[in-house]
Ligand binder design. Structure first.
Ligand SMILES: Cc1cc2nc3c(=O)[nH]c(=O)nc-3n(C[C@H](O)[C@H](O)[C@H](O)COP(=O)(O)OP(=O)(O)OC[C@H]3O[C@@H](n4cnc5c(N)ncnc54)[C@H](O)[C@@H]3O)c2cc1C
Length: 628
């Protein structure tokens, strides 16, 4: 049952220091990883990975846009005075690893927390994580090595201070998970079983129940959320829009409950932990809840977003019409599985020295190219050379394939790439603060600068954990919100919807068209021509949905997906180079000596609309991070 709460907390706020990136948003003076004066010798790190330090590109340079990027401020019409409201010290949107850890950490400090999730409490990307969680633990491994590996993978766009902090925060974060009852796999001596993944120089991946790491972490977190008395969970509750005073801080969130009613969650601080946006692509490993709502909501409310063009594709997703795009992890290729085309020709050995175990972006592009060359819808994973019985080694893949008549010991498995991880997101500082007062972001929806232009395997669970804890320790929650009246006409046209079937927009059809164009034109390979066409078409669909679709949850979701897709396309168009997971056939090389972040900077304009400006910001000093 929903409890109405109105609690006022005061607590000692740590020493505040000015935050050069977000004036008016002081940073906590905590130096949470390394004592000052002992920063990593980053020049040395660049030398070790054989790259030059990124050239400073001059901060926040505005860029011209082909067409205006405008969105309506609110998805629907409401009036806060007429809407039932709940009050909490903190509202967390999302119950995955990042949101749950932040909520539990904040609750342990005495805050009353609401955790709102659009599906079941445990549904999100976290529960599907397979490989594991990267943490420096073994005697031979070192924080420096993990930092070096992460910087190399990020191709010049990582925020070095953040990488350092998150990597060093790993052991404490894993300790937290163990305390709440997560069971990681251990060997006969009781030590964690550590495995090695692509890009990591040492075995530093811990896992749980084999390849069910995410499921075990999510189980422990959801159990902990349910048993913490200061946390109230609100499953199946869709967050529609952030409520922000015109010149002031965030006041709360407008939501739609399972019964279809609008309800406001008021709080002085709101944390977005809404995960990724893989669902804007036709092929994706992400579950249906991953539609980028947090990114769209943040942009409408005026928060800055960063590097949305970087979308990681996993090269091997099961491709059987009608079946879920189940991820077939690198472990299968590590055990001897080989990628072959329709003629049985193995093609990875010619593409990269590491062959089938080349980095994900390289394999994804090679698979994509082979599909075009052979005019096939997929390639195949051949397990006939695997040592041992494939059914015993990969029971879940075996089970899924068997349903579709594929015997994995005998028949090659059809696979193709799928959108896997959203590298960019809401620009946040080292505590998770966004550019908008009172709004925070952690996990996949946020851009801390850990991943740069590519994500190294098993670093995202680590990031969600460490940043969730960090934000949870930092929320102020000085006083509960006193609501002022906030009224919006929302999307007025949507409310004049006539119900005339001739003028109806087919939401399902448009959703499929969006996913298809994103897959074709903003997928593994991109070009200016394709992205420009995508920007225009998506803009047209946005207007159609605004003018003709009814005010329902499918419309809200599609609007969010269109918003994220268009921002992704505009960002991709503006980056005229190939870097990390952003590969342009018309600009196949990385720009020499230049490394910058793509920033989307929204501002409120007349007629209830938000206009987004595109900017470039230098890596490092131009990032929204407090100086360590
Ligand atoms: C198949 C797969 C395998 C992976 N394997 C690994 C791995 O081995 N190691 C690794 O480090 N990473 C892995 N990842 C990535 C990693 O799982 C995710 O990046 C991470 O779990 C994201 O956590 P999160 O808390 O940010 O978001 P999520 O776990 O996705 O949670 C998002 C939450 O936001 C809620 N939400 C979204 N929109 C709304 C809304 N409008 N209103 C209310 N609530 C909303 C959802 O209901 C959900 O609770 C994998 C991802 C996938 C898909």
């Amino acid at each position: 049952m929903l409890a109405n709460r109105c609690l006022i907390y005061r607590r000692r706020v740590p020493e505040q220091v000015p935050n050069p990136d977000f004036p008016g948003r002081p940073s906590s003076g905590w130096d949470w990883v390394r004592p000052r004066g002992q920063e990593a010798p980053l020049g040395l790190i660049w030398a070790m990975i054989g790259l030059s330090p990124p050239t400073r590109a001059g901060s926040a340079t505005p860029l011209a846009l082909d067409e205006q990027l405008r969105f309506e401020r609110y998805l629907t019409r409401f009036r806060t005075r007429h809407t039932p409201a709940y009050r909490f010290d903190l509202v967390v949107l999302g119950g995955g690893v990042a949101g749950s850890v932040a909520a539990l950490t904040a609750a342990a400090r005495g805050l009353e927390v609401a955790v709102v999730t659009k599906g079941g409490l445990s549904e999100g990307n976290t529960r599907y994580a397979r490989g594991g969680l990267a943490v420096v633990w073994g005697a031979e491994d070192s924080f420096e090595s993990h930092v070096v590996d992460t910087l190399a993978c990020g191709r010049g766009l990582c925020e070095e201070a953040v990488v350092e902090r998150i990597v060093r925060g790993g052991p404490a974060a894993v300790e937290f998970l163990q305390q709440i009852g997560t069971h990681f796999d251990r060997g006969p001596e009781g030590d964690w079983v550590l495995s090695r993944e692509g890009g990591h120089s040492y075995p530093r991946i811990i896992h749980a129940r084999g390849d069910s790491t995410g499921l075990e972490i999510q189980r422990a977190l959801s159990d902990a959320l349910r048993s913490e008395p200061r946390i109230t969970t609100f499953p199946d509750t869709f967050a529609i829009d952030l409520l922000v005073e015109p010149e002031g801080p965030v006041q709360g969130v407008l939501t739609q409950t399972p019964s279809g009613n609008l309800v406001v969650f008021g709080a002085p601080e709101v944390l977005l932990a809404t995960g990724g946006a893989g669902q804007i692509y036709r092929e994706t490993t992400n579950p249906v809840v991953a539609t980028g709502d947090g990114l769209a909501m943040a942009a409408r409310a005026g928060a800055r977003l960063r590097d949305l063009e970087f979308v990681q594709f996993h090269p091997t997703c099961l491709y059987i019409a009608g079946a879920a795009r189940v991820l077939i992890s690198e472990i299968v290729r590590g055990a001897g599985g080989t990628l072959v085309d329709r003629d049985g020709v193995a093609f990875m050995a010619d593409m990269h020295p590491a062959g089938d175990l080349a980095p994900r972006d390289v394999v994804s592009r090679a698979v994509f190219r082979r599909m075009i060359e052979t005019e096939d819808t997929n390639v195949y994973l051949d397990l006939s050379e695997v040592e041992g019985d494939p059914h015993a080694l990969f029971p879940s893949i075996s089970r899924t394939c068997r349903v579709f008549g594929i015997d994995i010991a005998r028949d090659p498995i059809p696979v193709r790439p799928g959108a896997h991880y959203f590298v960019g997101g809401i620009a946040v500082d080292g505590d998770g603060r966004s550019s908008l007062p009172g709004l925070w972001g952690v996990g996949e929806c946020a851009s801390t600068g850990l991943h740069g232009a590519n994500r190294m395997g098993s670093n995202s669970l680590l990031e969600g954990l460490v940043m969730g804890m960090r934000a949870g320790e930092t929320f102020h929650a000085q006083v509960a919100t006193v609501f002022k009246e906030l009224a919006s006409d929302g999307c007025a046209k949507r409310w004049q919807h006539t119900g005339d079937p001739v003028l109806d927009v087919n939401i399902e059809d448009l959703t499929y068209s969006l996913k298809s164009i994103m897959w074709r034109q903003l997928g593994v390979e991109r070009s200016a021509e394709g992205m420009r066409e995508a920007v225009q078409k998506i803009g047209f669909w946005q207007r159609a949905v605004r003018d003709l679709a009814p005010a329902t949850m499918p419309t809200f979701t599609l609007t969010n997906m269109l918003t994220v897709a268009r921002m992704t396309a505009v960002s991709g168009l503006s980056r005229e180079e190939s870097r990390g997971v952003h590969y342009r056939i018309d600009h196949p090389e990385a720009s020499e000596g230049l490394a910058w972040h793509t920033i989307l900077a929204p501002s409120r304009v007349a007629d209830g609309e938000v206009e987004i400006q595109l900017e470039r910001a230098e890596v490092g000093s131009g990032s929204p991070l407090p100086t360590p």
